[in-house]
Write a protein that binds this ligand. Structure first.
Ligand code: AMP
Length: 281
């Protein structure tokens, strides 16, 4: 497995692979890898000749009071996991390599970037769209793999890829969960055992919504109220948002239908967790 820290080296090796006619799959991550990330690598391996993975804790997508400094970093272990999965190339640049002094160009996907997590975390999706567009220019993948876990990110990046004519096909993979339902996340490492237990209300609230929708409840107001009721079982879990939206525009809708995105974000202690489901009415 090749490990690069330099933009130029990664760019020239990826360009060479493309010239050789290889189909290049790309999985962008912030490291602290878990089965959710590895599921993306496996999907890429199944569909592409070569799989590149980036590991970069991107400073521009963290707010000033967020967890950039304490975000978990486990580079050696990540490389061991990626090697075992058969990834071909890891790109792990330093922050100064990605953002040399004087960098002043950013990508802002208007509208969709201001909704859901974008509303709670101003500037977050500007950072995400900027780093992913830079990574796309560096790797030039045929296919790029993202998790449904970050549903709002998927909406922003799909729009960005369309608006800016990125040739990469965006592939979205299902949410990988712990056996008890908790969506896997690098941030789960922050949870105390008690918080870990409390965090289960997120997936439980979504299960309730799925059940009600399957029984024909289409009112997003009623579905949201039912989800809030489940979340209220853990009073120390503080809801950030809980909403039914169009999965592409992230605009709220009154009546859910098949394909509606039902998403939740909540603080468990000081850890902000997200989860979601696509309703099958
Ligand atoms: P991150 O390292 O948090 O930036 O995540 C890198 C990629 O892994 C993103 O596309 C995430 O959506 C995806 N991902 C993270 N957690 C999961 C999960 N539990 N299931 C599926 N994909 C995930």
């Amino acid at each position: 497995m090749l490990i690069f820290k330099s933009v130029q080296e990664t760019q020239s090796v990826c360009a060479q692979l493309r010239r050789e006619g290889r189909i290049l799959g790309f999985v962008p991550t912030m490291g602290a890898l878990h089965e959710g990330h590895l599921s993306l690598v496996r999907a890429a391996k199944a569909e592409c000749d070569v799989v590149a993975v980036s590991i970069f804790v991107n400073p521009t997508q963290f707010g000033p009071n967020e967890d950039f400094a304490k975000y978990p970093r486990s580079f050696e272990q990540d490389c061991t996991l990626l090697e075992a999965e058969g990834a071909h190339l890891v790109f792990a640049p330093a922050a100064e390599e990605m953002y040399p002094a004087g960098t002043s160009t950013f990508v802002h996907v208007e509208g969709v970037s201001e909704r859901l997590d974008g509303a709670s975390r101003p500037g977050h999706f500007r950072g995400v769209a900027t780093v992913v567009s830079k990574l796309f220019h560096i790797v030039c993948p045929h296919k790029a793999y993202f998790g449904q876990k970050d549903a709002a990110q998927v909406a922003v990046l799909r729009k960005m890829a369309r608006d800016l004519n990125f040739p990469a096909q965006i592939v979205v993979c299902p949410i990988v969960r712990e056996p008890d339902g908790l969506a896997m996340s690098s941030r789960n490492r922050y949870l105390s055992p008690e918080e870990r237990r409390q965090a289960l209300v997120l997936s439980r609230s979504l299960k309730r919504v799925e059940e009600l929708a399957a029984c024909g409840e289409m009112s997003s107001r009623k579905l949201t109220a039912a989800a809030r009721e489940v979340l209220a079982a853990e009073p120390s879990v503080r809801i950030d948002y809980i909403t039914a939206v169009d999965p592409d525009t992230l605009e709220e809708i009154d009546e859910v239908s098949s394909g509606t995105l039902f998403a939740v974000a909540a603080f468990v202690g000081s850890t902000r967790l997200i989860d979601n489901t696509i309703l099958k009415a």
